[in-house]
Design a protein around this ligand. Structure first.
Ligand code: ATP
Ligand code: MG
Ligand code: MG
Ligand code: MG
Length: 352
């Protein structure tokens, strides 16, 4: 019997467009002999729209956005489980291809848990812990993973104790500092500050995106990422290096100018690769990951390694780092998708 897959994509976050290109690529990689594919589209306004079952891979992104005449599921979100005649579609697995808020942060995962549906990728806890940079850093600290020094605060503390916070940053962290909204991705709201004036500005910018702010000590280092795949016994890919041409790996260098070089495998001593692989696995376990994560590291010229973060739903187009890392580790894009679907079903069955 064919497996019924619900592809869930789009979404309200800043990463809506990225999600659409991922969804298109995934329909191109799924074997239609093996899978029945149902598109479920979340608009930028957060409306859920259900499309007809796909007969073949979609060639244009517009096909995934449907027309205005498609069913809008505003009354009852669980209507996405019904076909056009109102009969329930029994999904074998939901594949959330969503990044950021309401997708990567455990909220959609919670909805799918409540509906008792198997789904690809991390569960509620790992997703939300991976989304909140403060919680993630605290879990990494407990797991003994090396990190750059940091501090954090919330909006109301900034309002009332601005001077104390600046002092705390200056006393504990060296310049430059990186200021980040705690719950975002794609470098949105992140700035580098080289003095007190810039720090204040950077904090004001970050506060537009989140009530919780992280300030980190900047590090001069190479950026190296590894892909983790699995549930209880995860596997780790070869490392890949990112070489942005900009000052740091900001939003535009990720999605706009296309000039960032990805070097796979990264040129590193074998011992460094071994320690990165071990740390990536420990980071995955520290957040109680399942399915996949991309673990992002800093590697200094002395080959000292620091973890920056994990992403629980990393960029997933065929030209994104996560799938490319697996391709260089002998797991093709279609094979990777099959593996993720199998892992989702295994995790679900283990829980029953
Ligand atoms: P994504 O989820 O898209 O990977 P993000 O929004 O979660 O990104 P980070 O990965 O934390 O953000 O930071 C974005 C970029 O900013 C990094 O890839 C790096 O170029 C730079 N950066 C962040 N923190 C530091 C730091 N402490 N020192 C030096 N550079 C940093
Ligand atoms: Mg991130
Ligand atoms: Mg991210
Ligand atoms: Mg990152």
């Amino acid at each position: 019997m064919k497996k019924r897959i619900g592809l869930l994509y789009g979404g309200k976050s800043a990463e809506h467009e990225v999600s659409l290109s991922t969804a298109r690529a995934v329909t191109g990689a799924l074997n239609f002999e093996e899978y029945e594919v149902y598109p479920i589209f979340i608009t930028t306004d957060g409306e859920w729209r259900r499309g007809e079952r796909l007969e073949k891979p979609v060639s244009a992104i517009e096909e995934l956005q449907f027309g205005d005449n498609t069913t809008i599921l505003e009354n009852n979100i669980t209507d996405f489980l019904l076909d056009k005649n109102g009969n329930e579609v029994k999904f074998d697995v939901i594949f959330p291809l969503l990044h950021g808020t309401n997708g990567e942060d455990g909220t959609v995962q919670g909805l799918l848990e409540v509906l008792n549906l198997p789904y690809v990728g991390n569960g509620v806890l790992a997703s939300s812990a991976g989304m909140d940079k403060v919680v993630m850093k605290q879990l990494f600290e407990i797991a003994g993973l090396p990190q750059v020094p940091y501090t954090y605060f919330i909006r109301s503390e900034w309002k009332n104790e601005q001077h104390a916070i600046i002092e705390r940053c200056e006393n504990n962290l060296n310049w430059p500092m990186f200021v980040k909204p705690a719950n975002l991705g794609s470098s949105v709201g992140i700035s580098k500050a080289t003095d007190r004036e810039q720090l204040v500005k950077a904090i004001e910018v970050a506060l537009q995106y989140d009530r919780k702010i992280v300030v980190e000590q900047g590090i001069v280092a190479r950026e190296v990422e590894l892909a983790v795949l699995g549930n209880d016994y995860p596997e780790v890919s070869v490392p890949g290096e990112i070489k942005p041409v900009t000052d740091f790996y900001d939003y535009d260098s990720k999605y706009k100018d296309g000039s960032t070089a990805l070097i796979i495998p990264a040129e590193l001593p074998v011992e460094t690769v071994a320690s990165l692989k071990e740390l990536a696995k420990r980071a995955f376990k520290a957040i109680d990951g399942s399915g996949l994560v991309r673990a992002d590291f800093f590697v200094t010229t002395e080959n000292n390694v620091y973890i920056n973060e994990v992403n629980t739903m990393p960029g997933f187009t065929p030209v994104s780092m996560y799938p490319l890392l697996w391709q260089h580790t002998d797991v093709s894009y279609p094979e990777l998708i099959d593996r993720l679907i199998t892992l989702a079903i295994e995790r679900y069955e283990e829980k029953q």
